[in-house]
Design a protein around this ligand. Sequence first.
Ligand code: SF4
Ligand code: SF4
Length: 306
Amino acid sequence: MGGKSSEELKEIIRHEAMRLGFSHCGVARNDTLEELRPFYSDFIGRKGHAGLKYLETYFEKRLHPELVLEGTKSVIALMMNYFPQETIPEEDNFIISRYAYGNDYHVVMKNRMKELINFMKSAFGDLQVKAFADSGVVAEKAWAQRCGVGWQGKNTLIINKSAGSFYFIGIIYTDLELEPDTSETDHCGTCHNCVTACPTGALDTPYQLNIGRCISYLTIENREEIPGEIKNKFNNRIYGCDICQDVCPFNRLASPHSVAEFIPSESWRHLRKKDWLTLPEQDFNRIFRDSAIKRIGYQILKRNMP
Ligand code: SF4
Ligand code: SF4
């Protein structure tokens, strides 16, 4: 490492992460997340994870990064802004969550993190290093908070004090010894905006998402029929939900991203309700070829429509 201190190594990585388009980069020491075991156990015990089986399957791996990458010493959390310049009009339309406006973020994040890893290997030599974007094997939010890039708010999302929550999170495990940042603390205070705004009661217990009632889960992960009593509350949302972010005071600080891949494609940004309702399957496959929306498939998108 050329005699560089752990602080210097971290700053070199942070600088390169910013150059690659990440907005925030923090570091934590791999002290394991063992203290979260009772919370996760209770959550799974009462089936709070609904159909998200990976929370159960990867229980131990989520608490212990070294079970995923042997010798992990440091965890790096990266954030990438996806807040759009313009919101697609909601009048006479179905609503798509902002995070799905552009190309599939899994691919975009992985490509950028791969570049960061290549940089780290060329700068620091032979390292053990592994990147994750929205991976069930990593407790991303817990690490993001420990890395100091935000705290997990009452809406259970990671919120950055000066930039809000419209961010994708990427996590890197490495055997490189890096100087840790200070873990972030909770700044929700007496605010309850997200809890009262959630139309389905999914945040009735603040800080604990009732996954089975969350529109985001129900429209994207869930493969079953959606009970009419909940679906009536979607208010035209057919892919994801941003309500608990829209009402968060910290998102008044959101500024538009500058990631070309996240700009919505001309091929669908002008669709309105009647176009969605009559969209042929072959057009869906073509239009959303590079989008996260294609992951749910045509039939599930149709199911989500009123
Ligand atoms: S995403 Fe929507 S449904 Fe889910 S917790 Fe937030 S406001 Fe509620
Ligand atoms: S809306 Fe208020 S309570 Fe909810 S996450 Fe934001 S600051 Fe916290």
